[in-house]
Design a binder for this molecule. Structure first.
Ligand code: DAH
Length: 347
């Protein structure tokens, strides 16, 4: 028995060392160690042996199998290396040829990133900080600190992805408000762009993941006119044209007074068309003066400090600017969609 095993192993290793290509090597491996291979058959026959001999014979078989497999692995590397060497030595192969030009291979920024960069550029010039806050948030920063207690109906507006540990995926960028108030010494100004998440059914204008940018300014005696001036400046920089805006009252628990900011329809100039549903105006962003309770949550004295805040949908803005009619394109990762935005990608 032991002689047989030894002989099989020697035969196999010899054949392996002579093999000149991977196909032959694979065949030899199967011949000896495959399901019906000769070493496998010996292993299967062990059951008929006396128990005292079985252990030693089993070990010998397994050792032989391992030896064959590692010889085969070694030969496989040799064959592959030879193949590569042959290709490199072949006439006509010139390793000094220039590679494919980088321009053809390079990607481009996602349209939402491009929009975000242009918003950041405007605010950077005005001295705004741009901190990066958390996508996984606590209930306190996402709701409580924003004057949205547990039983508040406003929580229904924001269907939430809850995590098992009680945290959540932020439903808006507004939790950055209390975070910034705790992080920076007032007066300060900051914007926080980022991804937000809602447990929503997807359709042409709804997606579970999208982008917003939140803006917050804290100082003494801020008023709605400060807010309007900065919003106008921002939107004219982004749309690269003069823009008419108006404010309507809007309710958000974390601002008082709160507004919906509309822009005059850029498609029809305000006379009415399908884009603005014939009203002449397009709703663009909610904003307002920071609620005293939110200032308190951020550790600021509402008798001393005032603030304004806005929340702008970056994805929505990209849809408007590039005239994209379906929000799901943004998360699709489809290069046919994404590569159309090559030109606007420079930061
Ligand atoms: N966080 C709100 C949302 O996503 C938007 C918002 C409204 C932000 C008013 C603000 C604001 O800063 O003042 O629905």
């Amino acid at each position: 028995m032991f002689d047989d095993i030894q002989k099989l192993e020697e035969q196999a290793v010899q054949a392996i060392n002579k093999a000149m290509d991977l196909d032959t090597l694979r065949k030899i491996e199967t011949e000896y160690t495959g399901k019906k291979g000769s070493i496998t058959l010996l292993l299967k026959g062990l059951g008929k042996m006396a128990p005292e001999e079985r252990k030693a014979a089993g070990m010998a078989c397994n050792n032989a199998k391992q030896a064959v497999l590692s010889a085969s692995e070694f030969r496989k590397n040799e064959i592959t290396e030879n193949e590569i060497k042959k290709q490199l030595d072949a006439p006509g192969f010139d390793p000094t040829l220039p590679s494919i030009p980088v321009k053809q291979m390079s990607g481009n920024f996602h349209p939402v990133s491009t929009i975000s960069f242009s918003v950041e550029k405007v605010f950077e010039k005005l001295g705004f900080k741009i901190p990066d806050y958390f996508e996984v948030e606590s209930e306190w920063f996402n709701f409580e600190a924003l004057n949205i207690p547990g039983d508040h109906p406003a929580r229904d507006m924001q269907d939430t992805f809850w995590l098992k540990n009680g945290s959540l995926l932020r439903t808006h960028t507004s939790p950055g408000q209390a975070r910034a108030m705790k992080e920076f010494k007032p007066p300060f100004r900051a914007i926080f762009p980022g991804r937000v998440f809602r447990y929503e059914r997807t359709d042409a204008s709804h997606e579970h993941t999208f982008h917003q940018v939140e803006g917050l300014m804290i100082d003494k005696n801020l008023s709605v006119s400060n807010l309007i001036a900065i919003m106008k400046l921002l939107l004219e920089a982004i749309f690269e044209q003069e823009i008419t805006i108006r404010l309507r009252p809007g309710y958000f628990p974390f601002v008082e007074p709160g507004f919906e900011l509309d822009i005059q329809c850029m498609t029809c100039g305000g006379s009415g068309c399908p884009v603005c549903k014939h009203s002449g105006w397009v709703e663009l962003l909610p904003c307002g003066l920071v609620h005293p309770e939110v200032l308190k949550a951020g550790g600021l004295d509402p008798d001393e400090w005032t603030g304004w805040a806005f929340g702008l949908g970056l994805t929505r803005l990209a849809m408007m600017k590039y005239k994209i009619n379906h929000i799901t394109h943004f998360m699709s990762g489809d290069l046919r969609f994404l590569s159309q935005f090559k030109a606007g990608g420079a930061r």
